[in-house]
Design a protein around this ligand. Structure first.
Ligand SMILES: [Zn+2]
Length: 173
């Protein structure tokens, strides 16, 4: 069954043929983070896909995964293309290395999950919070409800984690 919702006034939809994303976001709607684990090689994968990127096996199980990690890279958006985001600039798009499975199957690999930086209650982060986050910042996942059956996974600063003294940021003005 397809899912439809709105986020910041924008329509979102997952088609009923997109079974992997329907399953992924069904867990997100319950504020749980699950990923597919290959039944053949036991490696997790992200984003949701029809076959294992490591061994091509199409069979997988959905398993709970700890949604914590460190910022691998980021983009700070000052000129929003989507009008809905204009009121929220500057905002951050984070690429986060999960702690789970980091360095496997090769030392350069990690499960890298994209999301916006938000407050702990899932609202896009205000400018003073945006300034504190850079490469290496420890984050945890939060979910922003977008409608029945859909919540968007985002990242917020992990208050309980040891943070780097100075996370790396692009040179500022
Ligand atoms: Zn596999």
């Amino acid at each position: 069954m397809s899912v439809q919702a709105t986020y910041l006034g924008m329509p979102l939809a997952i088609d009923d043929l997109d079974v992997e994303n329907l399953a992924y976001f069904k867990h997100c709607a319950a504020h749980n983070f699950h990923l597919q684990r290959c039944v053949a090689c036991n490696l997790l994968r992200y984003p949701p896909t029809t076959a294992c990127p490591w061994c091509m096996n199409p069979k997988s199980d959905w398993v709970p995964v700890e949604a914590k990690g460190a910022v691998h890279s980021y983009t700070e958006v000052h000129h929003a293309i989507q009008p809905a985001f204009k009121a929220h600039t500057p905002y951050l798009v984070l690429l986060v290395d999960l702690d789970t499975q980091k360095g496997k199957p090769t030392k350069e690999e990690a499960l890298r999950v994209v999301g916006n930086l938000t407050t702990p209650d899932g609202k896009l982060a205000p400018p003073d919070m945006v300034k504190k986050v850079g490469v290496g910042t420890r984050v945890r996942m939060v979910f922003a409800d977008a409608g029945p059956g859909l919540a968007i996974p985002h990242w917020t600063i992990d208050e309980s984690a040891q943070q780097p003294a100075r996370p790396w940021r692009y040179p500022q003005e």
